[in-house]
Design a protein around this ligand. Structure first.
Ligand code: SAM
Length: 270
């Protein structure tokens, strides 16, 4: 297979994009401006960028003079960034974001503004990993595969509605901001991209007694998409402590988040 051409960076560096790290570098200035405008960073913010790469967003985020941390897995890119920025401008951590606990950055509660053009091969695990620390996060603005953004923002009855929509909408307000063409990247990804903003709720509009039970109910229902809920949830519903008013003759995609929380709460009692 043909290796991608090296990308010439500033300071005389050249970098061959690594597929295993999901490296598609953004070069379209208009899109970069749109993303920075959507983030609108301020001096009092605490920014965390995941996968800065060679700094397409970093270069502009840094101008806000906010507290700024980055996590990058590729040691060559870390070396490049360290040569380009001083440690007072940017704290670069060479790590796998999936093994990194954002709590070690000592953020104030509800303060972290997490941003990044995420490596698409690990974008969903990254979202669930960050949600474990949702109380520390103010918002997240991510470039993701368009299809993943459509799944996350889908509503009941829509084609892409499923576990990802429900679990993320349980924790966060989600907004599909705009689409990004493949031509905005080098190398160009084979899939469409989009910008998604997520704001973890401080007070959830709908609260499950036990979010772990909610997760089990949703997973069990969508594992057997073609069955009615009465059939797919049969075993779980035997443990029901209370009746729920949800119509169980429906299929999983017809139910709202409120319905799933009601079923989950009927299993745990109020
Ligand atoms: N932000 C740059 C841009 O917009 O051009 C690069 C985006 S590229 C899609 C994804 C970046 O995430 C790469 O720099 C890659 O090395 C980094 N990355 C991949 N896996 C990672 C991981 N597990 N932890 C941290 N960074 C990772």
């Amino acid at each position: 297979m043909k290796q991608p051409d090296p990308i010439k960076l500033k300071n005389g560096y050249a970098h061959i994009p690594r597929k295993r790290f999901g490296q598609n570098f953004l070069h379209n200035k208009k899109i970069i401006d749109q993303i920075i405008a959507a983030i609108a960073p301020c001096e009092n913010d605490h920014l965390l960028e995941i996968g800065p790469g060679y700094g397409a967003l970093t270069e502009f985020l840094i101008r806000s003079k906010s507290k700024f941390d980055c996590v990058e897995i590729d040691q060559d890119l870390v070396k490049f960034l360290n040569g380009r920025y001083s440690s007072t401008e940017l704290n670069i951590i060479e790590q796998d974001i999936l093994k990194f606990d954002v709590k070690t950055l000592n953020p104030q509660p509800n303060s972290l503004r997490v941003v990044g053009n995420l490596p698409y091969n690990i974008s969903t695990p990254v979202l669930f990993h960050l949600l474990k620390r949702h109380e520390l996060i103010f918002d997240m603005t991510f470039m993701l595969q368009l299809e993943v953004v459509q799944r996350i923002t889908a509503k009941a009855g829509e084609k892409n509605y499923g576990r990802l929509s429900l679990m993320l909408q349980y924790h966060c307000e989600v907004e599909h901001l705009f689409n990004v063409p493949s031509s905005a990247f080098t190398p160009a990804p084979k899939v469409g991209s989009a910008i998604l903003q997520l704001k973890p709720y401080k007070n959830k509009p709908i609260e499950a007694n036990d979010p772990k039970v909610l997760e089990i109910v949703i997973r069990t229902a969508f594992n057997q998409r073609r069955k009615t809920l009465r059939n797919s949830l049969k075993t779980l519903l035997r443990e029901s402590k209370e009746a729920s008013s949800v119509d169980l003759s429906l299929r999983p995609e017809a139910l709202s988040l409120k319905d799933y929380v009601e079923i989950s709460n009927s299993l745990t009692g109020n």
